[in-house]
Design a protein around this ligand. Structure first.
Ligand SMILES: C[S@@+](CC[C@H](N)C(=O)[O-])C[C@H]1O[C@@H](n2cnc3c(N)ncnc32)[C@H](O)[C@@H]1O
Length: 267
């Protein structure tokens, strides 16, 4: 299977949407820090690409008092979770669209900010995705992206390489999704944007094994496509045993690298 298969990425997220917010507490912190990184002072309208359940959008609303938000995501299930939260935000004008990043039903040169938190790494065609996200941005507006960086979770990759029979789609996913600073610069400059700030953050986390594996099941279940139920149960048992074995008394220790970028569309 290919990770560039967007329908299967989005169906994995849809399937696990109800568990998403509980499983990804680090993404919630990351979205807040992405919002902190934008120069401001205010953004009236924001487009969130791969908005998921909406907590990245809400981080921007809370920081900048944004009133017009558009969220685009390929997974209807994730947007349903977002919709449920919006009942508590009657002051917002909201449009949620099920669409691929390359085919967004949004106007040109319209939004004060275009953001994307922990979704860009799943977009198969990254140059095209950056150009597609730059199109609806107003001249002078800002783009902010947070995604998985090169080297993230190599400890888990090592565990997977020792699993038999091999799980090439899981192992291959690391190289397909992770990017470095120079690659992100290429995407953004290729889309005609000026880079204001770009950095990689490397953290060492220790979490209980069950918490780690729950997050993996929620964010990467589309990599299981093609397995029978029995095969999946067997694979899950092997990965769980190997992760417990690799864990220390303080839990499973892994490295997480996040790539942040803030850019501007020339006025
Ligand atoms: C890890 S979630 C991130 C959600 C949210 N932005 C956050 O900060 O938690 C990634 C999201 O990207 C969406 N996605 C993946 N590929 C996509 C594509 N090609 N076009 C649009 N959305 C996509 C998934 O459906 C999923 O909701």
């Amino acid at each position: 299977m290919s990770i560039s298969d967007t329908p299967s990425v989005s169906s994995g997220f849809s399937l696990n949407a109800a568990d998403y917010d509980r499983a990804v507490r680090y993404n919630i912190e990351g979205a807040k820090r992405l919002a902190e990184a934008l120069p401001g002072p205010a953004y009236g309208s924001v487009l969130d690409v791969g908005c998921g359940t909406g907590f990245s959008t809400m981080a921007f609303v809370n920081r900048f008092g944004t009133t017009e938000i558009t969220g685009v995501d390929a997974a209807e299930g994730m947007l349903e979770q977002f919709r449920a939260k919006l009942a508590e935000q009657p002051q917002l004008t909201v449009q949620l669209e099920v669409a691929d990043v390359l085919d967004m039903p949004v106007p040109n040169d319209h939004f004060d900010a275009v953001i994307s938190s922990m979704a860009f790494h799943w977009f198969p065609k990254k140059h095209e995705a950056a150009a597609s996200m730059a199109r609806p941005l107003k001249p002078g507006g800002h783009m902010a992206i947070l995604c998985s960086g090169r080297g993230a979770e190599d400890e888990f990759r090592r565990i997977l390489t020792e699993i038999y029979p091999p799980v090439p789609q899981w192992i291959g996913a690391f190289d397909l999704v992770q990017r470095d600073i120079d690659e992100m610069e290429g995407y953004l400059e290729g889309a005609g944007l000026e880079i204001l700030d770009i950095w990689m953050e490397r953290r060492i986390r220790r979490v209980p094994v069950d918490e780690y594996l729950t997050r993996m099941r929620v964010v990467a279940s589309h990599l299981n496509k093609g397995y029978s139920e029995d095969e999946l149960a067997d694979l899950d048992a092997k990965i769980t045993a190997a992760t417990h074995k690799a864990a220390g008394p303080r839990g499973f220790e892994y490295t997480f690298t996040k790539l942040f970028a803030v850019a501007r569309k020339p006025a």
